[in-house]
Design a protein around this ligand. Structure first.
Ligand code: FAD
Ligand code: DLZ
Ligand code: SF4
Length: 524
């Protein structure tokens, strides 16, 4: 009979948990641990992910398994194409339990609600101890966010962010005040793009043999999914991700702040870090990145507004949306407080539209599996909001097309931040904007077939009439909103003919939109 202590602890590591510092690996000894990693069909196909996203996750998983093995860990790695692959995490765990007869299973909670539901059934399914550990790669635990949220009627990122600054000590003075006297320097971070912008190129990583094998697999099995695979150049190891981070801190952080909201045709990265894929996979630690950013400021290499802006995105927004997700799931998935029912237009998938801003954002999305924040929020998101696209289609689109997309971060940004589908729990007002805003923050409009200065009729920027159509149709809900309600006095001052002109122009444009087939995002 095998003694209990001779039986190993089985440690399943999910595709976005790729760090040796994971709570389930840290502190374990190599000789009584089997690490289980699983490529499974359920994860690869629950939506029809961008080809680069699947290649990135599989390649990073395989590289991480190799790194663990090199360091002496026992890794049981299940490949997607293994003959007996059951297709699911639970099915693969069951097979691994047969193989290893573990005395216990230690797993870190999943990022996504859907996966976590399955994990919570494991204690009943398996005849050994199952320990589900908190994911301490986040600064705030789910319980901590819940406690913070329960004390207040209105949730706002800004107040949560201040708590995180205090907790981490980032950009704090010795007497507990924010460095520079203000918590948030966003007002300094709204520069329009300059005429000739030439940001340094980010490092691109040539696929090695392991990545090339995965690219072949993706081409073979998922070749009809959205996206370009030939341009794959993401970091797939911690080493590469660190090189990408080094380049950001050496060359781009200085201007990160001022040009955070700027958009330039054909410039897909600008001064953004391009680190979200590595952070979300676990290749980079967000707190370490923030500490490096703070050091850039303290060493006089980057201004406070850039550094504070970067830190706010990571310990503010990123942590906040994660807490928000767990606070409001599963309801957040089906929220549709603005009753938006329009199918997502086909051009979100094809990029075929005369709207130059949208076409450029879709091109970048298709080629890079990435678009930067303003493009996601103020162009694509703004359009989906104003046109009244239904949250389900928009959520699926964002989850499919971005290499950094996991539901815990995608859904709050989509449902709550861009679509206001939660009715304002996350954002104090909808991020609605007319063509003027895009014109101010980008160079898109200069060569567009439409004009941002033209308000209605032929040649008018579609965002202009859509903006008023949106405001008009949601007056009941928005009129009393202290941040946006005043817009209605502008509307009321217009004569009836002008108002009608706006509404007719918007309707005429909306009538031209072809809804996309849902099979782009999900196999029916
Ligand atoms: P940078 O501009 O360099 O920012 C630094 C880091 O801050 C990012 O890497 C990211 O980790 C974090 N961050 C910034 N903004 C946010 C935010 N709003 N929420 C969470 N983290 C943030 N980010 C994802 O990681 N996955 C997603 O699926 C995702 N979907 C989004 C959908 C919409 C509609 C919007 C408006 C934003 C979404 N974001 C998402 C946030 C943000 O757009 C991306 O994190 C960012 O574009 C990634 O590029 P970067 O690494 O160059 O970011
Ligand atoms: C997104 C994704 C894909 C495409 N495939 C896998 C996979 O085969 N195995 C795996 O462990 N993870 C995959 N992932 C990421 C998971 O969806 C991710 O681990 C969950 O989102 C965590 O909740
Ligand atoms: Fe976009 Fe309107 Fe500008 Fe064209 S004119 S690029 S549609 S904002």
């Amino acid at each position: 009979m095998t003694r209990d202590t001779d039986r190993p602890v089985l440690v399943p590591v999910l595709g976005d948990q790729l760090t040796r510092d994971l709570a389930s690996i840290r502190g374990r000894t190599k000789d009584d641990t089997v690490i289980l990693m699983m490529e499974v069909w359920d994860e690869a196909t629950y939506v029809r992910h961008h080809k680069q996203k699947i290649a990135l996750i599989f390649s990073a998983m395989r590289h991480f398994a190799a790194e663990l093995r090199d360091a002496g860990w026992q890794v049981d790695y299940v490949r997607l194409t293994d003959e007996d692959n059951s297709g699911s995490f639970t099915g693969e765990l069951a097979r691994a339990v047969e193989r290893h007869d573990p005395r216990a299973i230690h797993v870190v909670e999943a990022g996504e609600w859907r996966v976590q539901q399955g994990i919570e059934e494991w204690p009943d399914k398996f005849d050994c101890e199952v320990e589900i550990l908190s994911d301490d790669r986040f600064i705030a635990s789910i319980a901590e966010f819940r406690e913070w949220a329960e004390d207040r009627g209105t949730l706002r990122m800004e107040f949560f962010y201040r708590e995180m600054r205090r907790k981490t000590g980032l950009l704090m003075t010795d007497d507990g005040k924010p460095e520079g006297g203000e918590w948030n320097l966003d007002k300094q971070n709204r520069e329009s793009p300059e005429d000739e912008m030439d940001p340094p190129e980010r490092p691109r990583f040539e696929p090695d043999d392991m990545t090339r094998e995965v690219i072949g697999l993706v081409q073979d099995r998922f070749g009809d999914h959205f996206g370009n695979l030939d341009t794959f150049s993401w970091p797939v190891t911690r080493e590469e991700a660190e090189e990408a981070a080094d380049a950001f801190f050496a060359e781009r952080i200085e201007k990160f702040g001022p040009y955070q909201d700027a958009m330039v045709h054909g410039e897909d990265d600008l001064y953004h870090s391009m680190l979200s894929t590595s952070i979300n996979l676990g290749l980079l630690d967000p707190l370490e990145l923030c500490q490096r950013a703070e050091k850039s400021y303290r060493d006089g290499k980057a201004p406070l507004n850039s550094v504070e802006g970067f830190i706010r995105q990571l310990i503010g927004w990123r942590e906040y949306v994660r807490g928000f997700y767990w606070q409001f799931m599963p309801g957040l998935q089906s929220d549709n407080k603005l009753n938006a029912q329009r199918g997502l237009p086909e051009f979100f998938w094809t990029g075929e539209t005369d709207m130059r801003c949208i076409a450029d954002c879709i091109r970048s999305t298709h080629d890079n599996a990435h678009a930067h924040h303003s493009q996601r929020l103020m162009v694509l998101g703004n359009f989906a909001l104003l046109a009244g696209c239904n949250p389900r289609d928009v959520q699926d689109w964002y989850l499919v097309v971005y290499a950094d997309a996991y539901e815990w971060v995608e859904l709050p940004n989509v449902a709550a931040m861009i679509l206001y589908a939660d009715g304002g729990k996350l954002a104090s007002k909808p991020y609605a904007a007319s063509g003027n805003y895009i014109n101010k923050m980008s160079d898109y409009c200069k060569e567009c077939r439409y004009s941002p200065a033209k308000k209605t009729g032929e040649g008018a920027c579609p965002f202009n009439p859509l903006y008023w159509h949106f405001m008009h149709r949601h007056r009941d809900r928005l009129e009393n909103n202290h941040r946006i309600g005043r817009i209605y006095s502008t509307w009321d001052r217009m004569d009836d003919a002008k108002k009608q002109d706006y509404l007719d122009s918007a309707e005429a444009f909306l009538d031209t939109l072809e809804p996309a087939s849902r099979t782009w995002a999900r196999s029916e």
